[in-house]
Design a protein around this ligand. Structure first.
Ligand SMILES: [Zn+2]
Length: 379
């Protein structure tokens, strides 16, 4: 092994406007950027075998600390060889810190300077999360990219509330950095907060850069502020973060959110949308969203998208996909999830190629023009 093998590294290979393409190297493999990370909440991307997720083109998955600490617990996963072994996924894994989901899912939360105590939404049992405990859990899971423990205020919030929460998160970022220690091959990302206020975003970025991280997330967006407000923040927030480190937009999003974020300098994203929508009968295509439950598909022998190479489009008609959805068959969610993840990964590959070729603006124009055409007319 050379001295640099096994290190975490980010190399930008091309930029086009603010859009960037490159690669994150980890001991578990390379992550091509801009990257979309499917979400494997409970140590599975629902309805997909890990090798199928990899076949869609995903280089990395996201796991949720909050869910895994409650069930089956980080200690149990550690005893069973870590999260990669446990879920049979040997490529990189990013885990969130648990902070956001404690705030959105857990009951009876008590927030102090030290951390958060809460009751599990599963069985009401009492738990505690702090920067130190979150770092310990993510280490037990064996996560390749670890996120700082942070706090995100519930919306609507005043500027004063957003500022207070952001400053607490910055103190927790320092504690996360101290607790993470030196772990070659593993990365720790800081999370910028500050809501939709430019001054607070700048203060947060300055605090994070002073601590120093392997990558930086733009947090506190995609929480109901709307696309216009989110793009408003993304017009300046990524520029406040170091050029030579990956930038991760958490919890985003719909295909047009993703294209707009990449245009503004984002390198990584995650979202439950392609898998969740697959289970509720919604397919993302070049021409927009197709609701497979709609009766217009019941006699249609054509695939969801004739240009798509996924198993759902190669082997099955809209009529079949409509039927299995209506019949409540498991294969419905499996096929639509596979198609959606394939569509998302093709979108990312298209953007990576366009940025490398210096034609991102043309790619974006085509993307919007195809959506404007709408779904193919019914037979
Ligand atoms: Zn397809």
């Amino acid at each position: 092994m050379t001295q640099t093998a096994g290190r975490f590294r980010f190399d930008l290979t091309a930029t086009d406007g603010k859009a960037r393409t490159g690669a994150i190297s980890t001991p578990r493999g390379t992550i091509r950027t801009p990257a979309f990370m499917p979400v494997g909440t409970a140590a599975t991307v629902k309805g997909m075998l890990p090798e199928s997720v990899a076949a869609t083109g995903a280089d990395i998955l996201l796991g949720n600390t909050y869910h895994l600490m409650l069930r089956p617990t980080a200690e149990r996963i550690d005893r069973l060889g870590g999260l990669h072994r446990f879920m049979n996924w040997d490529k990189p894994i990013l885990t969130d810190s648990g902070g956001f989901q404690v705030m959105s899912l857990a009951a009876l939360r008590k927030l102090t300077e030290e951390g958060v105590t809460f009751k599990s939404h599963i069985d009401g049992s009492r738990h505690h999360l702090s920067p130190e405990r979150s770092m310990e859990i993510q280490r037990l899971l064996g996560s390749d990219i670890v996120m700082c423990f942070d706090e995100c205020p519930a919306l609507p919030a005043t500027d004063a509330e957003v500022a207070k929460s952001m400053r607490l998160s910055m103190r927790w970022a320092q504690r996360s950095r101290d607790a993470f220690g030196d772990r070659p091959g593993h990365a720790l990302f800081g999370i910028q907060q500050g809501g939709v206020t430019q001054e607070l975003r700048a203060e947060s970025a300055e605090a994070l850069c002073a601590i120093g991280f392997d990558g930086y997330a733009v947090g506190g967006l995609a929480v109901g502020e709307g696309q216009e407000a989110m793009f408003g923040v993304l017009d300046y927030a990524p520029d406040m973060l170091p050029q030579d480190k990956p930038r991760y937009l958490m919890g985003v999003g719909k295909p047009d959110d993703i294209v707009g974020a990449v245009k503004r300098g984002i390198d990584m994203m995650d979202c439950v949308l392609p898998s969740r929508s697959g289970r509720t009968g919604q397919a993302f295509t070049r021409h927009g969203v197709v609701n497979i439950k709609n009766a217009r598909h019941q006699d249609d022998p054509r695939p969801l998208d004739e240009a798509c190479g996924c198993p759902a489009c190669r082997g099955y008609s809209r009529a079949y996909l409509h039927h299995v959805f209506r019949a409540g068959e498991m294969i419905s969610g499996m096929l639509l999830t596979w198609h959606n993840l394939h569509y998302y990964q093709e979108l990312m590959q298209g953007m990576r190629d366009a940025i490398a070729a210096g034609r991102f603006a043309a790619f974006e124009a085509d993307f919007h023009a195809q959506r404007a055409e709408g779904d193919i007319p019914p037979l």
